[in-house]
Design a protein around this ligand. Structure first.
Ligand SMILES: [Zn+2]
Length: 253
């Protein structure tokens, strides 16, 4: 159910089977997707070279809406494309309007409320995770009338517990935010270092916000391990991965 459906040779992007079966236009890019500008490059993150593949997946009816990501937990409601201010989660109820987040180790999450017909994209690094941005996005969809037990979520390529070493300041913040609960998300390496499992932390936040575990897809694709496919900020890459989805233009069952 959670196996990634890679497309292209070399793979330029993949689809999440769970969202595919639900009829949600979406994709997760690899480093081989054309037309994506690097972090700090001028111009739109998704350039003309990206349009053909986006259009092939019903993601080019309008320009994508995106945020200046600031490692926070605010959720923006967007109704048109282009730059939509600061924040780390954005949601839309406009058919055909893609919402996109960018990452290179941080955890991207797509959320879909098929009944309420709303979609959200989330960017959660350790700071966003500590501030509960994934749960905040579920809450935002719920506040619009959605029922979280019906939502679907897909976690994208990001740094896994195999590669994500953190030190004391991160652990102190985790402990303050999730007292007594963060222990299962880390593995001590000694010498004041821990391996942090951002996937486990975010999956738990989604469940605590009311989602069902079997509606959360995580192919566990690690940006640290898979330099052939993904960008990793920690490895020194400047490129960005795109996580994007749009409500279908016509209603699907
Ligand atoms: Zn890894």
């Amino acid at each position: 159910m959670t196996a990634p459906d890679f497309r292209g040779d070399p793979p330029s992007h993949y689809l999440c089977s769970l969202l595919e079966e639900a009829g949600l236009p979406h994709l997760f890019t690899t480093r081989h997707f054309p037309g994506v500008s690097a972090f700090r490059e001028p111009g739109p993150p998704l350039g003309p070279g990206a349009q053909e593949l986006l259009a092939a997946h019903a993601l080019a009816a309008q320009p994508a809406a995106f945020l200046k990501q600031v490692h926070g937990a605010s959720v923006a409601h967007v109704s048109h494309g282009g730059h939509a201010g600061q924040g780390d989660a954005l949601m839309s109820d406009k058919p055909g309007l893609p919402v996109a987040v960018f990452s290179a180790d941080c955890v991207p999450v797509l959320l879909y409320d098929p009944e309420g017909r709303r979609v959200a994209a989330v960017h959660a690094g350790w700071r966003g995770t500590v501030q509960g941005v994934a749960g905040a996005a579920v809450d935002a969809l719920r506040n619009e009338g959605g029922e979280p037990e019906h939502f679907l979520a897909a976690i994208g390529p990001s740094i896994g517990p195999c590669c994500y070493e953190v030190d004391k300041p991160v652990i102190v913040r985790l402990d303050a935010a999730f007292p007594g609960r963060w222990g299962s998300w880390v593995r001590s390496r000694g010498n004041g270092k821990w391996m942090l499992d951002l996937w486990a932390a975010n999956e738990e936040q989604l469940r605590e916000a009311g989602m069902r575990g079997d509606r959360i897809a995580n192919p566990r694709l690690c940006t640290g391990c898979r330099g052939d496919l993904f960008y990793s900020y920690r490895r020194g890459d400047n490129g960005r991965l795109v996580t994007i989805a749009a409500l279908p233009l016509s209603a699907t069952p």
